[in-house]
Design a protein around this ligand. Structure first.
Ligand code: PLP
Length: 410
């Protein structure tokens, strides 16, 4: 018996059995869901030469990356460490796009030495890059399209006040630097933000790219970034990928005619690929009644899932142990010494100490944004693939926490 909204099993593996075998808290991912999301994007953009560059930052476990690799797609990496993790997962350098944000030039050099394409995100970086490599190393340019879009201010990154990319208004300057060093620009990139619902935003971004592209004769691709919204609860709107795919592809094909050559269309989804695949299973450690409220304390907190605190994100949560219990209102809170309310004022099937609760949409920016705050350990990760549960990251142990500390004699 599996409710589509509150699953008790994934690919016929029961979530209870995962908690029993691997303990709690534990992140669980449905590999099939990730592959299906990729397939749905491939179908939505079937009329263009599409390349998906999965945004590694969303969930960077090597086994998850191997799954993406198996589908024939590539990755976007935002740090040299993500580049290296991608290579460990089996990606060729040519399948990795490196999109740094104001990093030390040494990191850029390292990426170039590995053979990875760099997405240049400032005029200053273009200068350094051009001075060292001239026209010998192909590169991409991250344009800031001056578009305000995204679920909230923290994830709106393509507007005029954002630190990301090079302002589209600075195009003449960009062209001067390209000309000065004869830099070979093979791609233009935008990433406007996350949780973007409206197809028109992607079209608007596309128009900025199409116009700018006419000044770059050597292009091989245009990269539209990520930012597709998924549903966080029943009835929550999600980006209509069929609509985005159809409209953006049509505009892109029209642009290619004008450009005179067929280019590749790249996208960099993070959340869309992995958010809904992930579940965080926790245990209720205390049920605390106050004169006003009932809190459920769990063996996790903002150290494992920071999105509710960082972005006011809504993560649906349900009681796995007592699904038929009488619904009651709860605040689900973490064990961190901060106000880490993971789920506020939610109706949950009556919770008792020891019950397992499951947070949904935990695949994207869950473990990848986790920390050791309060000197707590990170949870284990389990991938369900081909009907079996596979441990893909061991739970941290106390030794992991202190291994880099250097204790001096005092
Ligand atoms: N590409 C870049 C450059 C990003 O910074 C991000 C995330 O912020 C993404 C793609 C993926 O965004 P999302 O997970 O919203 O699809």
């Amino acid at each position: 018996m599996t409710s589509p909204h509150h699953p008790i099993q994934i690919q016929e593996v029961s979530l209870q059995s995962i908690a029993q075998e691997f303990g709690t808290p534990v992140y669980v991912y449905d590999g099939e869901k990730i592959v299906n999301q990729i397939k749905s994007l491939q179908a939505a953009f079937a009329t263009v030469p599409l390349k998906i560059k999965y945004a590694t930052k969303a969930l960077s476990n090597i086994s998850i990356l191997k799954l993406v690799k198996k589908t024939g797609e590539g990755i976007d990496a935002v740090s040299i460490e993500e580049v290296r993790i991608g290579m460990l997962a089996g990606f060729e350098a040519s399948e990795i796009m490196y999109t740094p944000s104001g990093v030390n030039f040494k990191e850029v050099q390292e990426a170039v030495e590995l053979g990875v394409m760099v997405n240049l995100d400032s005029i200053s970086l273009m200068e350094d890059f051009g001075a060292l490599y001239g026209g010998t190393v192909a590169a991409c340019i991250r344009i800031n399209p001056h578009i305000m879009a995204g679920g909230n201010a923290k994830i709106s990154v393509g507007h005029s006040q954002s630190k990301f990319g090079i302002s589209i208004q600075q195009l003449p300057e960009i062209l001067d630097v390209v000309e000065k060093y004869k830099i070979k620009i093979v791609g233009l990139h935008i990433h406007t933000g996350s949780d973007i619902l409206d197809a028109e935003v992607f079209l608007k971004g596309g128009n900025v790219l199409f116009e700018a592209a006419m000044s770059f004769p050597d292009l091989k691709f245009l990269d539209f970034g990520g930012g597709f919204k998924v549903a966080y609860k029943a009835g929550d709107p999600a980006t209509d990928m069929e609509e985005v795919g159809t409209k953006v592809s049509a505009a892109f094909n029209e642009f290619c005619e004008k450009y005179g050559r067929k280019l590749e269309l790249w996208i960099e989804p993070g959340k869309f690929l992995v958010s809904e695949s992930g579940y965080l299973i926790v245990e209720a450690t205390v049920v605390k009644n106050t004169p006003q409220l009932t809190f459920v304390g769990v063996d996790s907190g903002l150290n494992h899932l920071i999105r509710p605190m960082m972005y006011d994100a809504f993560h649906d949560v349900y009681n796995l142990s007592n699904p038929a219990g009488e619904p009651k209102p709860y605040h689900v809170v973490g064990y961190i010494c901060e106000t880490d309310t993971l789920a506020k004022d939610r109706m949950l099937a009556s919770v008792s100490k020891g019950d397992l609760l499951v947070f949904k949409n935990a695949g994207a920016y869950g473990i990848s944004m986790s920390s050791n705050y309060n000197s707590r350990l990170r949870p284990a990760e389990v991938l369900i693939w081909e009907g079996k549960a596979h441990l893909i990251r061991k739970r941290e142990e106390f030794e992991d926490l202190i291994k880099n500390q250097v204790v001096i004699a005092i």
